[in-house]
Design a protein around this ligand. Structure first.
Ligand SMILES: [Zn+2]
Length: 317
C-alpha cells in the first residue's frame, strides 16, 4: 500500500492557494484521501463499515454492496447535508487553521463569499471537531492547573461617576464563566468551563491521573487537590519566575484565548465559551506544526467526526 496520506509530504505542504486552485473533482479526491486514509482513499460504508462499495459513474455517489446504503463523500461526517462545493469546505479548513488568534465568522464568510450564518455554523463545527479529542483525554506527569474569567463583558459607562465596579457579581451579566485549564508540561492542554474554580475540582481529579505532580497558584480552590496530588503552589504576588512552581504554560494558553476574545471575536458568550477554549487549546498544542499538517489534522478530525447534533440545521430550529 502507498504511504498513508496523512503522513505524506504532500499533506504537510497544503496551503490556501493550493486548495483554492483545485477543481471540484480534485477536491473530492482529496476529501476521499483524508476521510478514508486507512484504505488509501477507497470508500467505506458509513452505515455498516463494509469495504465492498459500488461507485456510480454518472454521479459522485457510492452504494454499499453489503447494506445497500447510498452515500456521498461527506455523508456521515460533520459536513453532512452540505450546501457548498466540496472544495469550499476544504478551503474553509485551510483558512480556519491559519488564524493563530482564531477566525471570526464574519471574516470566514467574507473569505468564502458565503452568508454570516453559514460561516458561523461551519466555524462552530470545526471547533467541535478540533475539541472532540478532548472528550476522553487524561493528563499525567507534571500538570499545571489555573483558572481565568472570560465572557460577559460589561461596557464601562462613559462618565466616571456612572461607572460601576465591574468586579462585583451584581454588576455582571451572568454570562461570565471561569475557564480552568490543565496543562501537561511538554504535553497537551485540556480546558473546561465552570461557574467557579471550586466547581472544577472533581473534573481535575477525573482528568489528572493519580501520581501526577500538580502546579497551581495560591487560590484557595486548589487546597482540595492536596489530598490527591503532590502539589506545588506559587504565590504570584511574590515571585512569578520560580523555576519549579510556575504555571507559565497554563498562562500562555490563557493569553492565547484572551487574544482571540479581544482581537478576533470581541466578545464570547458563556454558552459557547467551551468551544472557543477547546479550539485555542488545540491551536496551542499544534502551534509548531506546519500549516499543511494542521489542515490535514483538522480535515481528518472533521471527516471522522459524526454529524453534529448541536450544529446541524442550527438556523432552521
Ligand atoms: Zn453498508
Amino acid at each position: 500500500m502507498a504511504q498513508h496520506f496523512l503522513l505524506s509530504a504532500k499533506a504537510r505542504t497544503l496551503s490556501v492557494v493550493k486548495v483554492a486552485r483545485m477543481t471540484e473533482e480534485e477536491a473530492r479526491a482529496m476529501f476521499r484521501a483524508i476521510r478514508w486514509a486507512d484504505t488509501d482513499g477507497d470508500p467505506v460504508c458509513p452505515q455498516c463499515g463494509c469495504f465492498a462499495v459500488y461507485e456510480y459513474k454518472a454521479r459522485p455517489i457510492f452504494k454499499c454492496k453489503g447494506c445497500g446504503h447510498q452515500f456521498s463523500v461527506t455523508s456521515g461526517t460533520i459536513f453532512a447535508s452540505r450546501k457548498l462545493p466540496v472544495r469550499d469546505y476544504l478551503l474553509a479548513i485551510a483558512l480556519f487553521v491559519n488564524g493563530a488568534k482564531g477566525m471570526s465568522a464574519l471574516q470566514l464568510g467574507r473569505n468564502l463569499d458565503v452568508q454570516y450564518k453559514t460561516a458561523y455554523v461551519l466555524a462552530m463545527k470545526l471547533r467541535e471537531a478540533m475539541s472532540a479529542e478532548h472528550a476522553e483525554m487524561t493528563l499525567s506527569g507534571d500538570v499545571e492547573v489555573d483558572g481565568a474569567y472570560f465572557g460577559g463583558h460589561v461596557k464601562p459607562e462613559n462618565k466616571k461617576e456612572d461607572r460601576k465596579d465591574r468586579r462585583l457579581k451584581e454588576n455582571q451579566t451572568g454570562e461570565r464563566r471561569v475557564v480552568v485549564v490543565m496543562r501537561e508540561r511538554g504535553g497537551r492542554t485540556l480546558p473546561f468551563v465552570f461557574r467557579s474554580e471550586d466547581a472544577s475540582v472533581p473534573t481535575i481529579r477525573a482528568r489528572v491521573e493519580t501520581g501526577s505532580t500538580v502546579y497551581a497558584d495560591e487560590a484557595p480552590s486548589w487546597d482540595d487537590l492536596h489530598a490527591s496530588y503532590d502539589m506545588h503552589r506559587i504565590n504570584h504576588s511574590i515571585a512569578f519566575q520560580d523555576e519549579d512552581a510556575c504555571t507559565n504554560q497554563a498562562e500562555s494558553f490563557f493569553s492565547r484565548l484572551r487574544r482571540a476574545e479581544i482581537g478576533t471575536h470581541h466578545r464570547i458568550s458563556g454558552k459557547h465559551l467551551n468551544a472557543y477554549a477547546g479550539e485555542m487549546a488545540w491551536r496551542e498544542d499544534t502551534r509548531r506544526m506546519p500549516n499543511g499538517t494542521l489542515f490535514t489534522l483538522t480535515a481528518a478530525a472533521a471527516m471522522n467526526h459524526p454529524v453534529s447534533r448541536k450544529w446541524k440545521g442550527y438556523w432552521q430550529r
